[in-house]
Design a protein around this ligand. Structure first.
Ligand SMILES: [Zn+2]
Length: 475
């Protein structure tokens, strides 16, 4: 609309000068140039569309404005004066990645106590940095599942209005939990059907796309009312979940399960039947052994040069450290779920959402999921879960051009996701260096030596224990 307004203004000026020649020149020469300027051609590339499991070699893609208009075999041979042709030198084009379990402001762990009494203004800035760091890692869409002060809603709107380049956000605002639920770290609990309904409606009134609940301590009537109220208002609902509540949540019609601690075979079967999505957040449930295994692997591949990043991601993994047995259980639950036909999705939980999101995709593969299935869990499945598969989630004609372009094939080695050439959102190329300050996101974790057991102290102070209680069947 802005463009047409501009045209009218330009024309008005031209007519006022009574110079019709300018008008003719404008329409014949300048206008086609302006429109052509919106076209980008990516040529000499391979496509992993995630619409199917095939790799398509030697292709080119025509992007017209925000949309993928054509995908063709072979190199682009059209007129390169009218379009911007980018030769990808055999690079790999994927749909933009999704991270569907993240908290933009959360620091887990928070050894420097950044979050203690933090102002909304400070938290909002950190959230924006995290999101913008995420898109530079290839995450063009994210789902927030628990955020203070509707900071996720604000950034969603800021990014969609184009004031900053950031990922598309599907926002939830703060989680709905009962009083004292989820370690008591949600400020206001909601108890009973009346309060649960009110909390859900309040969040939707404030503009959220999803409702996040914590089912662990909810009674069946509270759980049902949360799901019923959310669906009645046309939104989706996901649950931080632990058995035996997981089974109840799935039965009552929740759209997605987060973590799924102690997930039983019976629940997996029900999830497959009902089409419930599963976000296992494997990365924050690793054992010492798995973390070591991962770091050795990344070092061998040459991705461990930055000491701060290595220390940072190890610190993040230790924040949620649980037993070897627990880590084993989560990995097996993921494998069983994929085998049973449950649609799995990528969620980092911890921040920075870019690096930890990539780690989660790698962790899927280390847990026995194939490379292509891990990529589908990071693209098509989340788009479908969020109800936008008609526009996003795969590389196909007439979809929005949200793309990640890699130097090397991620189907041969999933860590090639780290070799980014370009990120494109809405047909616009993302600047991978911006904002280029003197600090990076890992500086929030500080350079202090991280003390193991940091979280254990916090738990003892809170007077209860995290970690897995032995899975019991819901009678
Ligand atoms: Zn979380």
């Amino acid at each position: 609309m802005y463009f047409y307004e501009l045209l009218i203004r330009i024309n008005y000026r031209m007519f006022s000068f009574n110079n019709y020649l300018y008008v003719v020149v404008f329409y014949l020469f300048l206008l086609p140039q302006l429109i052509a300027g919106d076209k980008i051609v990516l040529t000499n590339c391979n496509i992993i569309s995630c619409a199917d499991k095939k790799l398509k070699n030697n292709m080119h893609i025509i992007i017209d404005g925000k949309t993928i208009s054509k995908i063709n075999k072979g190199k682009y041979k059209g007129d390169s004066n009218k379009v911007k042709v980018i030769d990808l030198n055999g690079g790999f084009v994927l749909p933009g990645l999704w991270n569907v379990h993240m908290h933009l402001t959360a620091l887990l762990p928070d050894p420097n106590r950044v979050q203690d009494n933090e102002s909304v203004a400070s938290a909002t800035i950190r959230a924006g940095l995290n999101a913008m760091d995420g898109i530079r890692h290839g995450f063009t869409s994210i789902r927030s599942v628990g955020e203070r002060d509707y900071i996720d809603v604000v950034w969603r709107d800021i990014f969609s209005q184009g004031f900053f380049m950031g990922p598309r956000i599907f926002a939830s605002g703060e989680a709905v939990t009962v009083t004292g639920g989820h370690r008591g770290d949600v400020e206001y609990g909601s108890d009973g059907i009346y309060q649960i309904r009110k909390s859900v409606r309040e969040r939707i009134q404030k503009g959220v796309d999803w409702i996040k609940i914590v089912d662990v301590e909810m009674l069946p009537d509270e759980l049902k009312s949360a799901i019923e109220t959310t669906h009645s208002l046309g939104r989706k609902i996901t649950s931080h979940s632990r058995e035996p509540a997981t089974y109840r949540s799935v039965l009552a019609g929740v759209d997605c399960i987060e973590h799924g601690y102690g997930l039983t075979d019976r629940t997996i079967k029900l999830m497959a039947e009902k089409g419930t999505y599963y976000s296992p957040t494997i990365i924050c449930n690793l054992s010492d052994q798995y973390i070591k295994e991962r770091e050795i692997r990344l070092a061998k591949l040459g991705f461990s040069t930055d000491e701060q990043v290595v220390n940072g991601r190890t610190m993040v993994a230790y924040a949620d450290e649980r037993s070897q047995e627990h880590a084993e259980h989560q990995r097996n639950a993921l494998k069983k779920a994929v085998k049973a036909g449950v649609k799995v999705v990528i969620g980092s939980d911890s921040t920075p959402i870019g690096e930890i999101g990539i780690l989660e995709i790698e962790q899927f593969v280390l847990s026995g999921v194939s490379e292509i299935d891990a990529l589908i869990a990071a693209t098509r499945n989340p788009a479908e879960m969020c109800g936008v598969l008609d526009k996003l989630g795969t590389v196909e004609e007439s979809k929005l051009a949200d793309l990640l372009i890699l130097e090397k094939n991620p189907l041969e080695n999933i860590s090639n996701l780290r070799k980014r050439l370009m990120v494109i959102k809405d047909g616009a190329v993302v600047d991978l260096d911006y904002p280029n300050g003197l600090s990076n996101y890992w500086d929030y974790y500080g350079k202090k030596k991280y003390r193991k057991g940091y979280l254990e102290d916090a738990e003892n102070q809170a007077g209860f224990k995290r970690g897995l209680v032995s899975p019991s069947e819901d009678k």
